[in-house]
Design a protein around this ligand. Structure first.
Ligand code: PLP
Length: 404
């Protein structure tokens, strides 16, 4: 059964709706309890206590050993930059960095800058066609010349999970600091950092139903750290600047909620994701799921519909009230598949059309039924317009451009 729903949000890896319970928790701290947590008077101490509570809520979601391991930042990008730059600053004799071909630009563009302007050697570890990391190449890159390995926990486009616990363990004998960008994983995957070799981990509030512009960097106890932002004594001198108290309180509440929904995320959200995927794939020919389907986030599916363009799919979906996202971006007038899909060597005609549907705990069965009932017709209409398509199959002479 489908309903006449007109606004379905399946782009939760881009950002999530701030949970109303999070907003409610934050509201008094805008105008009633507005004090600066550093102040000694009661205005400050009320807020200070709430900030401490938030730190404990974040630590609990991560399975951290101690609340002091949490440093609040402005989000995933800042945490990523702070982690890498601190590691380099602390070990100036180590001139190499290990990362992967499928990281978020928050990592990759920083590494590119460090290579071009600071002469660092960057080991970019490749992935296979399912997006799985080449662990042998990672092992080969490990040495005492490497300052930091930064390997994402879960890929934002395909949801593929990397075996970061094992990778962190492998880095340890070389004295390499291990950082993971877990922006997409936190709140979706159970974490137990007190029993892991991960030294640093980045998270971002707006991916787990907290506001935008707040995040955290986990710093394992005993991990040396040089701050990215210098100034006052906030965050135990690890991140200067008057705290974003409302954001911090919202992030704390969001982490508490995420912990309580962890089971739901990995059963119900995963079930709806699988239903969506199967519902589409079973009705549409020349469509396949990208990424490591056996080892991925419970909320994400990325489906390639061969011989059509992702942007056109998004526009047609949007007309039906469905928000998703595409693996290709319009750069300089031409549609370029994302660096993630290119690294996976997804054929050009498929990578062009890869469409990411990312669910959340707010996604309903009715919404999924509605999407399943509309996607096949959208794909048929677009294929009817495609120069590579003929009737119900690709043209025999379909042009197969390769990557530039
Ligand atoms: N890392 C990953 C994997 C992401 O998906 C994102 C956001 O899309 C970021 C980092 C950046 O996080 P923020 O938007 O909080 O700066």
């Amino acid at each position: 059964m489908t309903t006449d729903i007109k606004s379905i949000y399946l782009d939760n890896n881009a950002t999530t709706r701030c949970d109303p319970r999070v907003v409610e928790e934050m509201l008094p701290f805008f105008s009633e309890q507005f004090g600066n947590p550093s102040s000694i008077h009661s205005f400050g101490s009320q807020v200070g206590a709430k900030v401490r509570e938030a730190r404990a809520q974040v630590a609990a979601l991560l399975g951290a050993e101690h609340d002091s391991e949490i440093v609040f930042t402005s989000g995933g990008t800042e945490s990523d930059n702070a982690a890498i730059l601190s590691a380099l600053d602390l070990a100036p004799e180590r001139r190499e960095i290990i990362t992967t071909a499928v990281e978020h630009p928050a990592i990759l563009s920083l590494c590119d800058y460090l290579k071009k302007h600071k002469d660092y050697t960057i080991h970019i570890i490749p992935v296979d066609k399912q997006g799985r990391l080449d662990v042998a190449a990672y092992k080969a890159a490990l040495s005492d010349r490497v300052a930091i390995a930064s390997i994402m926990y879960a890929n934002n486009e395909t949801g593929t999970l990397f075996p970061v616990e094992g990778l962190a363990e492998m880095a340890k004998p070389y004295g390499i600091l291990f950082h993971t960008d877990a922006v997409q994983a936190v709140g979706k995957v159970a974490l137990d950092l007190k029993n892991s070799d991960i030294d640093m981990l980045s998270l971002s509030g707006h991916k787990l139903h907290a506001p935008k512009g707040i995040g955290a960097l986990y710093l394992k106890r005993g991990t040396r750290f040089r701050p990215l932002i210098r100034g006052g004594h906030q965050e135990r001198e690890r991140r200067a600047g008057t705290e974003n108290t409302t954001g911090i309180i919202g992030l704390g509440k969001a982490c508490e909620l995420a912990l309580s929904y962890m089971e739901h995320e990995n059963t119900e959200v995963a079930r709806l994701r699988d239903k969506l995927e199967q519902g589409i794939i079973s009705q549409v020919s020349h469509a396949f799921v990208t990424g490591d389907v056996r080892n991925r986030l419970p909320n994400t599916t990325n489906i390639a519909f061969e011989y059509i363009e992702g942007e056109a799919i998004l526009l047609f979906l949007n007309r039906m009230g469905i928000a998703a996202s595409s693996g290709s971006a319009c750069t300089s007038g031409s549609l370029e598949p994302s660096h993630v899909l290119r690294a996976m060597q997804i054929p050009f005609t498929a990578a062009h059309s890869a469409t990411r549907f990312s669910l959340s705990r707010e996604t309903t069965e009715d919404e999924i039924d509605y999407v399943i009932s509309h996607v096949p017709a959208i794909i048929s209409r677009l294929r009817a317009l495609s120069p590579y398509w003929d009737g119900d199959k690709p043209r025999a002479d379909a042009f197969q451009p390769d990557y530039a």
